[in-house]
Design a protein around this ligand. Sequence first.
Ligand code: NAG
Ligand code: NAG
Ligand code: NAG
Ligand code: NAG
Length: 487
Amino acid sequence: MLWLPALIIWASVSHSCGSDLQFPSWFKFGAASAAFQVEGAWNVSDKGEGKWDRLIHRYPEMITDGSNADVACNSYYLWERDIEMAAELGLQFYRFSISWPRLLPTGFANNISEDGKNYYNKLIDGLLEKGIEPIVTIYHWDMPQMFQDLGGWANPKISDWFAEYARVVYSLYGDRVKNWITINEPLVDCDFYYGEVLAAKQEHFVGPYMCNKNVLLSHAKAYHVYDQEFRPKYKGKVSLANHLVWLKPYSNSTEDQELAEAARQFLTGRYTHAVFSKEGGWPSVVEEAVAKASKEQGYQDTRLPPFTQEEIELIRGTYDYFAMNHYTTRLVRKPRSSEEIVRSLFTYVEDLDAVLEMDPSWPVGYTWYTAVYPEGIREQIAWLKQQYGNVEILITENGYSTGGSNLDDDARISYVNDYLEQVLLSIEEGVNVTGYTYWTIMDNFEWTDGYNSKFGLYEVDFSVPERTRTPRKSAQYYAQLIKKRSL
Ligand SMILES: *[C@@H]1O[C@H](CO)[C@@H](O)[C@H](O)[C@H]1NC(C)=O
Ligand SMILES: *[C@@H]1O[C@H](CO)[C@@H](O)[C@H](O)[C@H]1NC(C)=O
Ligand SMILES: *[C@@H]1O[C@H](CO)[C@@H](O)[C@H](O)[C@H]1NC(C)=O
Ligand SMILES: *[C@@H]1O[C@H](CO)[C@@H](O)[C@H](O)[C@H]1NC(C)=O
């Protein structure tokens, strides 16, 4: 806490002459997308069905605008335009994901799709020709439906199947791809998908915790495959990308501060402690709270599946850097008496009985959950260093949503500028933040929000077959920022 007074002075000075804020030479800028959200071509060639294909076709009413991702940005065909946009922006890297069912139509590694393989080869080679580094997410929520039918991440065999898939990916592309993200935002894929989306959701968290454990084992096995079989010749890096909502106490009372810290362990620690902490395994506050709640609810055992010592060792330390997706902040408090609780991710932590809410003074983007609180990213980063030491941090997602057609997106520019200013302060404080990824390069299929929320630097016209991409004002701003390397 000693740095606080000095920091406040620095921050106020920096505001008055913001244009002097220079990024270090090693700091890298990129933008991101994900296969399911942009590719379309959902049933082309031998591509298998993914769990979101099935979900949306079966329950179109779940998507706010009733749309689907069958065509999306049509990037399966328009990949050359995507590379051109990355080059127009001057990106140093482009983060995209590989669709598991496109590359392995059955999910299993014994049948590799020729068309799937070639698609990602073209994308990777095209980026490299423009001098843009590919950062590749191996799994961004498109579980093969055949595995989902067997429980998906809730099935203990999934960690072996995922490791086999990862081996295929490394062996096809590892000569050119040096930065791998095994799994994107397991918090959302487990807690949201198993806790809220699946029709068979339980009264209390069971599926999300089974998913949580197996997703960590899956990441760890995929990490070890790289470490043992590919790192010696390819010398790349592997991590997993976590979704971090910064959580602040509602008041300065000891009770609220303890509750906020426990909530951080529930929302973040549950997916990071096993990998990044010295001791590994579940955060103890999570273990205790779930055991207590399970007992009160009359369950025989805790709903949180324990790790064996062997599993703890397998998962611990399976990272080369910390990949952080961050958009927003919440205040944490106990429910008020007779308060009606909305049970959803980002509003309530079930086993802690903690309410998460936005400060009414924070502006909100088009998407309801994206309250803007730029200091949150710096506070979040400081917490990571305090928890896990001086690990390299790559910001793998950060972005702002607007609604409707809108090329003059000053709010997006302010968001990026204000968050990056806080990132610079983090670097000033000695945290090793080595890059920033804007989510997203272009408007795309935003899951249950369909095409309503627009996070893109490029606007996409979804009403025409050409899926025309047009740069917004923020695209020009970002290109300038990358060129000048200062705010
Ligand atoms: C692929 O899906 C589209 C709907 O998006 C459908 O019209 C078309 O018939 C399907 N093609 C095949 C080969 O199944
Ligand atoms: C791979 O899967 C495709 C599509 O399901 C099928 O047509 C093909 O025969 C399979 N190939 C092998 C070698 O199993
Ligand atoms: C908590 O204390 C800090 C530092 O003294 C102060 O800036 C902040 O406004 C307080 N927060 C609340 C919610 O009272
Ligand atoms: C930051 O991380 C990078 C990559 O691991 C490393 O090369 C560099 O030395 C680190 N810098 C500091 C100041 O720790």
